[in-house]
Design a binder for this molecule. Structure first.
Ligand code: SF4
Length: 241
């Protein structure tokens, strides 16, 4: 996490330097004081992988995207295809600066923060710095934890194992329900009724291993429930990460 540096600006003008965020207030003796926040060069996040590819699913499907996959998840979906992400301790912790330099190297302008469950972490510093370099930021979350950060696109993918918080239903710009069985086609309506954003996009995505059985049912469902769209994991068809 970041460090607070208590300083009197008038005596320490050199403390203004690039890479610091500052705010000020008047203390009880009316002396202007400046608190400098070092933008958390020291904050590290457990990263399972980072790569530049295409967003394969949901609203932004087909767009070039730099993926930051944070490690750590306690949601426990039985069908999870990234179980190796669950234990954050199995993965390297990388500094925000390091992460940003990888995004810059890729020359990416669209970043998808995913996991694991990325909302387990305070992402304010990461998202601030990504915005500073001009990135559009999407997050993919189960919504089980409150979001800490500034996101341009919130994809809420609710899981029965650990439901989203009420506030995350308000933030969702995209609701993506993974359909594993027929019951999920009624559960998706429960989830839709909780979303408060009238512009939210609704997607039904077959769980990859059940696709053969579930996709025809989803297609029929979407044809008669036209607020929904089909989402497929197109990156898996393209053999890209
Ligand atoms: S929330 Fe995502 S990472 Fe966590 S168990 Fe479910 S599918 Fe896996």
């Amino acid at each position: 996490m970041g460090e607070y540096v208590d300083a009197t600006f008038s005596k320490n003008p050199s403390l203004f330097k690039s890479g610091v965020f500052l705010w000020s207030y008047l203390s009880s003796n009316s002396r202007e004081r400046i608190y400098l926040y070092t933008m958390s060069e020291k904050q590290k996040l457990p990263i399972m992988e980072m790569f530049y590819s295409l967003q394969g699913e949901g609203f932004h499907s087909g767009k070039p995207a730099f993926f930051i996959r944070l490690a750590g998840c306690d949601v426990g979906c039985v069908w999870c295809d990234v179980k190796e992400s669950w234990n954050a301790g199995d993965h390297e912790e990388l500094s925000i600066d390091h992460i940003i330099s990888e995004v810059e190297k890729a020359k990416a302008d669209f970043v998808v923060i995913t996991g694991g469950e990325p909302a387990m972490y305070d992402l304010n510093n990461l998202t601030n710095q990504l915005h500073n370099i001009g990135c559009y930021i999407a997050i993919e979350t189960s919504g089980a934890y409150e979001l800490n950060g500034t996101f341009d696109w919130v994809c809420l993918s609710p899981k029965k194992f650990k439901p989203p918080t009420i506030s995350n239903y308000k933030l969702a710009q995209e609701l993506k329900v993974i359909v594993l069985n027929k019951h999920d086609l009624s559960w998706c309506e429960e989830q839709r009724s909780l979303v408060k954003n009238k512009d939210c996009k609704f997607f039904l995505q077959p769980e990859w291993d059940k696709q053969e059985i579930m996709l025809p049912l989803i297609i029929d469902y979407v044809k008669s429930n036209t607020m929904w769209q089909v989402s497929l994991q197109t990156h898996k068809y393209m053999n890209i990460p």
